[in-house]
Design a protein around this ligand. Structure first.
Ligand code: SAM
Length: 407
């Protein structure tokens, strides 16, 4: 056991200290803590440890209300006040962008979230030995749970309902909720289902069963309806939808504002999921062209255009880097919202070819954002970056970056 002082936080919110000049990362600690640590991992250049005892605890620690904190690993910042979490996220973005992009960039203040608990509209759970739970961080074992403090309260009710059922034969369960309609979808995957479906149907809008590889079945409608401002969205079980519904309205309002539309533009919405962003701003531009990999999401996107009576949106299914190559329609604004790995070079070259006046880039990984920025800045000026807190109590942070063509 060694005693160390924590001086700083890393980008995952872990405390950083030193043992014999070697850096050690210790989760759930804060600068100012003096802790007795046990080394859990030894690598050539760094160590990882866990707290055995706090000798001196910083006054910044707050009481954590979650029974599973530090076990499931889903939240990393519950020991920090929300104000401190926001400061951590703001610093993280500033540090990464300033380190990797050698240019002075305007980084706006982070947009906070109004609800720091019960905000998630989707959670994925495992079943082991007839018990429903989350994976214990770094293992294949689970911690059985009866609630998750960041999940919608309706989802928590369903966890309690499922916990009274015979879950053996099921491996994975996903629960998805809608905030406007009170819809709930349960997706069950496994080898055998012994759940009393008639009982479950009393509590949920939709059940999707995927039992054995080839047997897929949908009970009730197979989707749920969510609404962001005036736009309704139909979401199927496997389609991507932003997990923090209330904060998504703030995110999309920011994208809309930064796109500076005047009604005449052709807007590309790349990595469009169920068409959410494009549909949200479709009334402010001439046309939206959306591209998305998951076929079901594109079917939803088209259906979403129909149910909202929106006629100026087209959606294409496939890999953005392949579909965009065939696109020739003039682009005024290109919106991109890629997964963590960011944009590939082919897509960036095709953005250059389509030559939009403005690119609005939403990113969930500041490192890949910085990498892409260094390529995009050949032809685009970086106007600003705004961090948005979509995931309170976790170290994750979303950013919206605006670029404008150089000439
Ligand atoms: C971060 S989500 C954004 C979705 C949507 N913009 C939204 O706000 O709901 C990224 C989306 O990119 C899709 N995707 C991942 N790789 C892709 C690729 N190579 N081509 C097209 N879409 C892709 C995913 O299926 C997912 O729907």
């Amino acid at each position: 056991m060694q005693t160390i002082e924590i001086n700083k936080l890393d980008h995952q919110g872990r405390g950083i200290g030193k043992i014999d000049n070697k850096v050690i990362f210790v989760p759930y600690t804060l600068p100012g803590d003096l802790v007795e640590v046990e080394i859990t991992k030894e690598k050539k250049n760094f160590l990882e440890g866990k707290v055995n005892k706090f000798i001196n605890k910083s006054d910044e620690h707050i009481e954590n209300k979650c029974l599973y904190y530090g076990i499931c690993g889903g939240c990393q910042l519950r020991h920090m006040s929300y104000q401190k979490q926001l400061e951590f996220k703001q610093n993280k973005i500033e540090e990464i962008i300033n380190k990797f992009v050698k240019e002075k960039i305007k980084i706006n203040n982070i947009i906070p979230c109004d609800n720091i608990d019960y905000y998630r509209n989707k959670i994925s759970l495992k079943v082991v030995d007839n018990k429903l739970g989350f994976n214990i961080l770094g293992t294949h074992n689970i911690i059985p749970i009866n609630e998750c403090l960041i999940a919608d309260k309706k989802i928590n009710n369903i966890i309690k309902v499922l916990n009274k059922q015979n879950l053996s034969g099921i491996d994975n369960i996903m629960i998805r909720s809608s905030f406007v309609n009170d819809d709930i979808m349960v997706y069950l995957e496994g080898k055998k289902c012994q759940i009393d479906i008639n009982e479950l149907k009393k509590y949920v809008t939709s059940i999707a069963l995927h039992i054995n590889e080839n047997s897929k079945k949908v009970i009730n409608k197979g989707n749920i309806i969510e609404k962001l401002n005036n736009i309704k969205y139909k979401i199927s079980n496997l389609s991507f939808f932003q997990v923090n519904t209330a904060q998504t309205i703030k995110l999309y309002d920011l994208i809309l504002d930064k796109s500076k539309l005047n009604g005449k533009e052709v807007v590309y919405d790349l990595y469009c999921g169920t068409g959410t962003i494009g549909l949200y701003l479709s009334h402010k531009c001439k046309k939206v062209i959306g591209i998305e990999l998951i076929e079901d999401a594109v079917i939803d996107a088209r259906e979403n255009a129909k149910i909202n009576n929106i006629q100026n949106c087209e959606f294409y299914a496939g890999d953005v880097s392949k579909i965009i190559e065939k696109m020739n329609e003039k682009a005024d604004v290109i919106i991109v919202d890629p997964p963590r790995n960011g944009l590939d070079n082919k897509t960036i070259q095709n953005i250059f070819r389509l030559n939009p006046l403005r690119v609005v880039y939403t990113s969930c990984d500041p490192i890949t954002l910085a990498r892409d920025l260094n390529i995009l800045k050949e032809k685009y000026n970086i106007i600003d970056i705004t961090p948005v807190d979509m995931f309170p109590n976790t170290y994750h942070v979303e950013t919206v970056m605006v670029l404008e063509r150089k000439n």
